[in-house]
Ligand binder design. Structure first.
Ligand SMILES: NC(=O)c1ccc[n+]([C@@H]2O[C@H](COP(=O)([O-])OP(=O)(O)OC[C@H]3O[C@@H](n4cnc5c(N)ncnc54)[C@H](O)[C@@H]3O)[C@@H](O)[C@H]2O)c1
Length: 255
């Protein structure tokens, strides 16, 4: 059984993970952290991390970009694996997470779904075959409460594609402000916000004659929650280092 400290436990993702762990013999949430006080869970919720005395195997964080430096410090103090699922992190926070991986195991993915991580691999393969003949555009859609745009996942897909291109690649987020014809070495990234969309991502490879679209549609938040729990099992007892979903997928394909 993997014992979990769940940061951001009162949010949408926190609740999805708590529901999946309830009465689940493989996982136990022993404590949580949030800025909201909560006594409806069967585990204590701390608004101040220093008060937590419970022992746990891993920390899962689905909170807020501003909260990440504090929970990272908590992971370093407790010398426990840190699974960072929160998005829209500053460059400074990303650098401190990387630095922390020299001391503790850290896992970071802007999207915890296995499907999206497979999609990134497929997009990399498509880029190797289709670029530069095909223009590449990414379109993402999310619910109307999402704070960041474009989504961390859209950037993750773009970064995967960029790795396969030798020349300099520019991301263009807002064609209105650019107001010029598309250049070859750019990846357009467009965002749609509305209703309760859990997460839609499409990468379009567009030539003069044909369009190849690789897309992923998240049907429920449980897909991210399940991915985070898979990561928790993967990270429990790991040595210091930096891990991503690619390491988890490698296990499935036996690399
Ligand atoms: N990696 C992924 O697969 C994935 C999937 C979904 C969401 N996310 C990201 O996870 C984060 C949370 O998403 P959500 O939809 O649950 O958001 P949410 O707003 O519903 O929940 C966030 C929770 O964090 C709490 N919080 C805020 N500041 C905090 C602090 N300083 N310390 C502790 N808790 C704090 C809030 O009170 C809230 O309960 C976002 O950054 C989102 O983009 C990532």
């Amino acid at each position: 059984m993997v014992k979990i400290f769940l940061n951001g436990c009162c949010g949408r993702m926190g609740k999805a993970i708590a529901a999946l762990c309830y009465n689940n013999p493989d996982y136990k949430i022993v404590a949580g952290g949030d800025i909201i006080e909560n006594n409806t869970y069967d585990f204590p919720v701390y608004t101040s991390l220093n008060e937590c005395t419970e022992e746990f195997d891993v920390i899962i964080d689905f909170s807020n970009a501003k909260a990440v430096p504090t929970i990272l410090e908590f992971a370093l103090n407790r010398k426990k694996p840190f699974i960072c699922c929160t998005t829209a992190l500053s460059d400074e926070t990303v650098a401190s997470i990387l630095k922390a991986s020299e001391t503790i195991p850290v896992f970071k993915s802007a999207n915890m779904s296995l499907g999206i991580n497979m999609m990134v691999e497929l997009c990399k393969q498509a880029t190797r075959i289709l670029y530069p003949e095909f223009d590449i555009e990414i379109v993402e859609a999310h619910h109307n409460r999402k704070l960041d745009a474009p989504s961390g996942t859209a950037i993750m897909i773009a970064n995967g594609i960029k790795e396969e291109i030798d020349e300099n690649v520019e991301y263009v987020y807002d064609r209105h402000s650019v107001n010029k014809a598309r250049s070859k070495n750019e990846i357009g990234i467009s965002s749609i916000r509305g209703g309760n969309i859990v997460g839609e991502h499409s990468a379009m490879f567009i030539s003069d004659e044909e369009i190849v679209t690789i897309s992923h549609s998240a049907q429920t938040r449980d897909v991210f929650a399940k991915g985070a729990l898979t990561a928790a099992k993967f990270m429990a007892g790991k040595d210091k280092g930096y891990y991503t979903m690619s390491d988890v997928i490698a296990q499935y394909i036996g690399e």
